[in-house]
Ligand binder design. Sequence first.
Ligand code: ATP
Ligand code: MG
Length: 356
Amino acid sequence: MKTYRIACIPGDGIGKEVVPAGQQALEALARSQDKFNFDFQSFGWGGDWYRKHGVMMPADGLDEIRHHDAILFGSAGDPDIPDHVTLWGLRLKICQGFDQYANVRPTRILPGIDAPLKRCTPKDLDWVIVRENSEGEYAGVGGRAHQGHPIEVATDVSILTRAGVERIMRFAFKLAQSRPRKQLTVVTKSNAQRHGMVMWDEIALQVSKEFPDVKWDKELVDACTARMVNRPASLDTLVATNLHADVLSDLAAALAGSLGIAPTGNIDPERRFPSMFEPIHGSAFDIMGKGLANPVGTFWSCVMLLEHLGEQAAAQKLMRAIEAVTADTKLHTGDLGGSATTRQVTDAVCHRLLAA
Ligand code: ATP
Ligand code: MG
């Protein structure tokens, strides 16, 4: 029987509650069949590690997880530590260290969820947003000069490389091609960002020629937010830069009912390194330690993890268990207007998996 090695990094806040919940769901799934097993290894990196060692993770941390089959991540964020330190010191270190250049964010309205768009049925909203995850506006290049003086300047340089844009476009077209509607919207801002985004558009046109069966269009990022609200069914797969997709995917998560449900995968499509799966929500300090966090975003991230491992049947089985549980409003957590606990939702999903 095959054993997958999974590195678990709960991180901070509710990450410490939802990652163990995800691990329990995967364990129940493994027990429910005899094809594969998991070997979980947990790493206590994040805010607590920072308080002890002055860094978010050890210098050789990437080597400790380099040979795992996948990473299940919780959240990085601590009220005592500046956000850019927690982000760059852990999550982005892993994304960049393992060149996880494609960030994939599926959005659907799950059964039983009361989503905010009243005219929108679940079949109208089925998107995957592909976020460029290695360069662009978050390239980390820039600086400050004359700090505190009236002439102070600060820059964040957005870097787009031909190689970086080509690989994310190709990934997005391929993903669009694999979905039933074979449709891609390339999000841009080439009317205002006159250099990088113009190259982005040119490369989209060039790569589209390799995928003649994919219908594609271009949309300005500002217009795209309105289209997501007004004409959700006109979208299927989307690709956008790091910053644009960051904003669009929070909107997408809210339109699907809650930040607590949305999953994401940070993928190395070439499989040189482990890919990392995580709920899109942050550490949510307002509810941490109370057992109230919605674990569904983490469960759905586990579905993506299983798909990445090639375990499609198991992935579908877990997704069906999640949908059965969201369909029962008694099992909704606070973010969905209910009063269920992390424990109750997790037990319900595990129970379904073992009963199936
Ligand atoms: P970070 O700074 O790490 O991004 P945050 O405090 O901004 O974290 P988010 O996770 O971004 O918090 O979410 C904003 C709010 O949404 C939280 O304060 C919380 O009330 C709610 N929320 C987010 N995720 C969940 C969840 N899984 N279950 C329940 N509520 C959630
Ligand atoms: Mg936040």
